[in-house]
Design a binder for this molecule. Structure first.
Ligand code: SF4
Length: 239
């Protein structure tokens, strides 16, 4: 698995596809998997999380404790997004302000990793990979209003994040922390990335097979997801 180049021969795979292929409309899944141009309106939770994560990444340049001065909402956020951002920033500092940690995988591409063996590009943000001065490693997954009850190491987003940074993951023991910055809670689980790696790779292969089996742009299936579908324009199911 490599993380440095892109190419049109690699289909796009996201956390959403991996987690929900079976329940997604086959047309939407196919067009997304083939990276077809779409009207992608970024949702608000995503915009705030992306900004908090970017600011936290800067705060952890070198072994530093994050504090309030590291978090400043930018002008492109709407007023209600700024409120969410400010709450999320306060919780980030409250949950993680005691320990100096540094970003540990500066070579990981910001948006995508090529999984050459599986023939796909893993596209999307993947949390923060951090390291403490004494060498302890942590994958920090941030959310805004997460209600997931899934076991941490079983969740598609955690597996995706570990697969997005193969070199770092395979170094060995690490802690996975999921923190919700609206609810103000965090949960953690310890694992060994080197031992876990074969399972992660097999899981990816299986899930990509499911995506490929279900994706079919000739079979639109109208339902609740149409309202937020980026491929609604031109969809025959809604004519
Ligand atoms: S608009 Fe609805 S039916 Fe059409 S592709 Fe999107 S989700 Fe499927």
């Amino acid at each position: 698995m490599e993380s440095t180049e892109s190419g049109p021969e690699y289909a796009r795979v996201t956390v959403r596809q991996l987690a929900r292929a079976e329940s997604t409309c086959p047309r939407r899944l196919d067009l997304d998997h083939q990276d077809t141009r779409a009207n992608r309106g970024a949702n608000r939770g995503f915009r705030v999380r992306a900004q908090i994560e970017a600011d936290a990444r800067l705060a952890h340049t070198g072994f530093r404790r994050p504090d309030a001065a590291h978090f400043r909402a930018t002008d492109d956020l709407f007023p209600e997004e700024r409120q969410v951002y400010e709450t999320a920033a306060r919780w980030y500092v409250a949950l993680f302000g005691d320990e100096p940690m540094a970003v540990a995988d500066i070579d990981t591409h910001e948006f995508e990793t090529i999984a050459r063996r599986t023939g796909v590009r893993l596209v999307g943000g993947a949390g923060l990979a951090l390291e403490a001065p004494e060498g302890r490693r942590e994958l920090r997954m941030l959310s805004i209003g997460d209600r997931s009850t899934e076991e941490l190491l079983d969740s598609a987003s955690v597996r995706f994040a570990l697969l997005r940074r193969p070199d770092w993951t395979r170094l060995g023991p690490l802690r996975v922390v999921r923190a919700d910055l609206l609810g103000g809670w965090a949960v953690a689980a310890d694992t060994d990335g080197a031992e876990l790696w074969p399972d992660l790779r097999e899981w990816l292969q299986d899930r990509v097979s499911v995506i490929r089996a279900h994706a079919d742009k000739r079979r639109p299936r109208a339902g609740w997801e149409c309202a937020r579908c980026p491929y609604i324009a031109g969809c025959a199911a809604l004519r």
